[in-house]
Design a protein. Structure first.
Length: 372
């Protein structure tokens, strides 16, 4: 059957508050997902802390709860609604983190709720930098050397290992919160302390610097039958060292040959398949022109801000298709809404260029730190 008959009711965790670093794109994906799942005859219960969203409109879901997106509140909703499944990958990083916490605390098992789409082990492999590095080594893909830090006391050890500058990254956060290029000992100490505070797992990783390499993203979608396609590739005009959210991004990529593009595309598909991600996701890659080297930077095992850009650039409704996949359909069973003739398993092609330029409204925040 195209749609699972064991799913009568699902719980979708929404995007939470629209704050700097977590924008309205997740409201877009969550709204699409609610509609797509209801089309399959499945009841949707939505929990979101932000009433100023489209997804919290009473017509979008069957039941809407305006509650804090914290495990204890979501557990009470699960207890009351008794959903068959929980969708974690369509509400941004907030939904992913809360779902992972509920699974780890045994709440989902206690109430017989299935974590739909990407499995918990895959989420951990993608979000935990140390596990991700080990996984990439196992599958033969290259990435920057890294070290996990749980205390400021380990700063000296990391500088001795990698020198300066280094890239500091936080785990289980959105928009690179607390992350960035670090050039001095004092700055690294401050960043580590702040990053540990922001991370759900109270740890950060320090990577050898690949600042200045070209940065690319591939939007990838995979179904339960292992059919995997790329929706589009994007090139960050700003090189590695500037976060994607603050970069000018262009699709399709403009400065590499088709051979390099095909190699990066193949790398992305291999990594997503090996991880076992189900639905839409995003993989970031770095490329060095001089050495002809590709390194995997990270994977977002969920619909992301880049997914919204990819959807708008190509017309391919990533969030909608992801929701249909989670509901049990394969890419060949989902109709492409744009063409009305081809299935969603066909990769979109574009004969134009789309550019995303970041905007910083300093008029609203005159005293904010302007460092990129």
């Amino acid at each position: 059957m195209p749609t699972r008959d064991d799913l009568e009711k699902v719980l979708l965790i929404g995007s939470g508050p629209i704050v700097i670093g977590q924008a309205a794109e997740f409201d877009y994906s969550g709204s699409q997902a609610c509609r797509a799942i209801r089309e399959e005859g499945i009841e949707v219960v939505l929990v979101n802390s932000n009433p100023a969203t489209i997804m919290t409109d009473p017509e979008i879901a069957d039941e809407v709860y305006l509650e804090p997106l914290e495990p204890e509140y979501v557990e009470e909703i699960i207890k009351k609604e008794q959903p068959d499944g929980l969708i974690s990958s369509l509400g941004g990083q907030t939904g992913l983190n809360v779902s992972a916490q509920l699974a780890e605390q045994g709440v989902l098992e206690e109430y017989g709720v299935e974590l739909l789409g990407t499995e918990l082990e895959t989420i951990h492999k993608s979000e935990d930098r140390e596990q991700f590095a080990e996984f990439l080594d196992e599958v033969g893909e290259d990435t920057a050397r890294s070290m996990t830090i749980e205390s400021v006391d380990q700063v000296d050890e990391t500088i001795e290992e990698f020198g300066l500058p280094v890239i500091m990254r936080t785990t289980y956060t959105l928009g690179g919160s607390g992350s960035g290029v670090v050039r001095t000992w004092d700055e690294l100490e401050r960043r580590v302390e702040r990053g540990i505070e922001l991370s759900m797992t109270n740890e950060v990783t320090v990577d050898e610097s690949i600042e200045g390499w070209k940065e690319f993203e591939y939007e990838v979608i995979r179904d339960k039958n292992d059919t995997t396609i790329t929706i589009c590739n994007m090139e960050n005009i700003d090189k590695m060292g500037i976060h994607t959210g603050e970069s000018t991004v262009v699709t399709p990529s403009q400065t590499v040959s088709d051979d390099v593009h095909q190699r990066m595309r193949s790398t992305g598909i291999r990594v997503i398949r090996a991880l076992g991600i189900v639905g839409g996701c995003n993989i970031q890659l770095a490329y060095n022109d001089e050495t002809d080297t590709i390194k995997v930077v990270e994977v977002n095992p969920r619909v992301s801000r880049s997914s919204a850009l990819a959807s708008k650039a190509t017309g391919y409704p990533i969030a909608r298709v992801t929701a249909k996949i989670i509901a049990g359909k394969t890419l060949y069973e989902i109709e492409n809404d744009i063409t009305k003739e081809t299935p969603a398993a066909f990769e979109p092609t574009i004969d134009y260029v789309v550019t995303k330029i970041p905007r910083w409204p300093f008029d609203k925040f005159p005293n904010v730190d302007r460092t990129i």
